[in-house]
Structures are given as C-alpha cells and as structure tokens.
Design a protein around this ligand. Structure first.
Ligand SMILES: [Zn+2]
Length: 390
C-alpha cells in the first residue's frame, strides 16, 4: 500500500507529490500549488544524551520511558538519532549501551535509534575542554574497552568522540575506523600535530566545535586547527547560548555548508519544565532561559535544544537558507554518520523518513513526521490529509 503526501520540496522549493511505502517510490512534480507546507527528509541528530525527562546514560532507563522520549523527539521532526553515552564508570557505560541496544531491538520505534555515539571517556582531563564530563572517569583510549562497548551495544556504536592528545590515539583511531566506526575530535586540548595525526588516522568530524574548550585560548589553537582542516566536518550546537553568533558565522564559512552539521546535544531536561534534574552523578538545573548548567554554577552541561529550533536558529543567526539549514540536519549528518539510504535527500529508493512542516517567519513548525513510511507524529487539525492511495 503506497502512502502519499505533498508540499514544497525543501531542496528545490518546487511543489511535489511523494509516494512511498517504507522507501520513497516516486517524487513527482505537482501541477497545482500546494498549501504552504514543506517536505524534507526526517531530521537526524548525531548527539542526544537524553530527552523529555529520560537519560540515555542511565542503565536503568525503562524502555517505555525511552519510547516516550522518542515520541517527543518525533514532534521536533527528528526521525533518526544517535543516543549518546558520555564519560562515566566503565561498567555503567557498558550497561547503558546494553539497555539502549535492548530498547532498539524491542521498541516499535526503536529503529529511530539509528546507532550509538560514545562521547568520551578518552577526552582531555583539563578544566575547560573536559566540559561537564566527570574528571574521575577520564581515561586513555583502550581497544579492549571499545570491544566491551560493542559487545554490550551489539555492534551499534558507530560514532566515538575523543581527544587525540592521548598517547596511542592515532593507532586507536585507525583501528576504530577500520571497523567502520566514525571518529570525531572533541573535548580536546590537542596540539596541531596531534590533530593532523588524528585526521591521517581517519578522524572525519569535530564534535560541537567551539564548545568543550578553554575559556581563554592561545592566539593559535586547536579550534583554528580544526576549522582549517578540510577533511574534518564539524557539528554545532546552535541554541543561541553555546556559541557566539560571530563564531558560528565564521565557522560556517570556514567549513562550508556541506561540512556543517546541526546537533542538539540535548540532555534529559530538554522539553521539560525549568528546575533541578539528576544526570547520573551530577545535578543540573534547567533555567528559565533554557540553559542547562551544573547545579549552583554556570558551566553548561548539554542543552535543552530541539532540532526544529536549531534549524530556525541557524537561519536567523547565520543567514543561511532553509535548504542549507535542512541539509545540515539531514543529508550532512547522514553522510558523516554513515546512515545508508538517507544521503541523497527526497529521492526514489531513499528511506521514507519524512518531515512536513510550515514555515512561519523565521520559524518552522512540524506538521507530521514519518519513520520508514509509518506516520509517527501528526500535529492535527488543519493539516492536509495523508491517505493511502491504493
Ligand atoms: Zn560534549
């Protein structure tokens, strides 16, 4: 049974009609003007630590709670994401990965968890680059530990963020990339040589570039070294809090749109009321102004950003077009995250992950979302009907 929906194709602005089952079958031009809705591939978020009150780092996170958080994410247009496990006790990190792998296999919408991102623990121990990661659990790269992660995750770890400042980092990066794992540089105070060695060894990404850095930097530093490296793409947290507007503008020019990726780096209090929350061993506070900080301090501990807002923000702050902003949340992360059948946009043969939205001034508002051809979110009422046509 083929499903159908229509709207303006976000990559061409032309009105189109889409026919799909679990994959897109046809993309046809639409002769009449459609109502003012847009169609894009479902958004992809390579870095989500938790969402809607659920902490993906907690091995005890109940599967029905994970299901509820995924449902909440669909309302933001995200249809595939990488749950992200950060620096922590080795046994708890492996247990969190095992819990996520179980949820991925058993939940109806578990496939939305495309693969897993492990951020840390092989990061800089220094205050600043370490960010909110607990220092006591920072440790050097260890291939045996990586094997334990993959065992627990049943092979689903596809992205690892580390700092190449550790001895042996280049060899470790080579081994991971040989196994098809994407290695990203982040939470680092590495030298230029160490960054270049990491790139030669196969690193292809910078994690939330501009964040996880010293408050005061030398004139020439690891941020420039990563900005200048054409073989590195970069992810950015565009919530208007994590990055100065001018840094974002400059970084996007340096990387070019095709090497730029939007991530939320959302943590558990995202889409919750302001207040105190517990993230593993640390207490964080979601402020009225949407900052998530370590309790009693000002250090950021992830974000409460939603991907639909990140798309609106990057258009407003950096002046990029809607087409460019959506590419940064769809085909670019699909390419960097090695997500098959998601790298060519709205074309026949691609997975039918679809986000329909309205554009209201600089904002986008999600109308409906499809995961592999199944409608998983619908905003209701006056949206155009989507009905089986056969
Ligand atoms: Zn981080």
């Amino acid at each position: 049974m083929l499903m159908k929906c229509s709207g303006r194709n976000v990559s061409t602005a032309e009105p189109v009609s889409l026919e799909f089952d679990s994959v897109i079958q046809h993309v046809d031009p639409l002769l009449q003007e459609p109502e003012d809705t847009w169609i894009a591939p479902g958004f992809i978020d390579l870095q989500v630590n938790g969402f809607a009150g659920v902490d993906y780092n907690a091995p005890e996170a109940a599967h029905e709670e994970i299901a509820r958080s995924i449902q909440a994410m669909f309302s933001t247009g995200v249809t595939r994401f990488f749950p992200t496990v950060i620096t922590g006790d080795p046994a708890r990190m492996a247990a969190a990965l095992r819990n996520l792998a179980d949820a991925r296999e058993t939940l109806e919408n578990g496939a939305a968890m495309e693969a897993f991102h492990v951020e840390g623990p092989h990061i800089s121990p220094e205050d600043g680059p370490r960010g909110a990661h607990p220092r006591q659990w920072v440790r050097p790269p260890d291939l045996d530990e990586f094997r334990r992660w993959q065992d627990a995750a049943r092979g689903n770890v596809r992205l690892v963020t580390l700092s190449p400042e550790w001895p042996g980092a280049a060899r470790y990066i080579e081994q991971l990339t040989n196994e098809g794992v994407v290695v990203s540089i982040g939470h680092t105070s590495a030298s230029r040589d160490q960054i270049e060695d990491a790139i030669r060894a196969g690193a292809t990404l910078s994690t939330h570039l501009g964040n996880g850095a010293h408050a005061t930097l030398a004139k020439f530093n690891y941020i420039f070294d990563q900005l200048a490296a054409d073989r590195l793409a970069a992810s950015f947290i565009v919530d208007g809090i994590h990055l100065a507007d001018n840094f974002l503008r400059v970084a996007l020019r340096a990387k070019g749109i095709e090497r730029s990726i939007l991530v939320t780096d959302a943590v558990m209090p995202a889409m919750c009321e302001p207040g105190l929350y517990r993230l593993g061993e640390v207490e964080v506070e979601l402020k009225q102004d949407h900052r998530v900080v370590l309790r009693g301090g000002t250090r950021l501990a992830g974000s409460s950003l939603r991907m639909d807002q990140a798309i609106s923000n990057v258009m407003r702050i950096a002046g990029v077009t809607l087409t460019e902003a959506i590419a940064m949340a769809t085909i670019n992360p699909a390419r960097l995250g090695r997500i098959v059948s998601r790298q060519r946009g709205l074309r026949g043969g691609e997975r039918a992950d679809i986000a329909r939205f309205r554009r209201i001034n600089q904002r986008i508002e999600i109308v409906e979302a499809y995961l592999g051809g199944r409608r998983v979110f619908f905003a209701g009422r006056d949206s155009s009907p989507t009905a089986p046509i056969l």
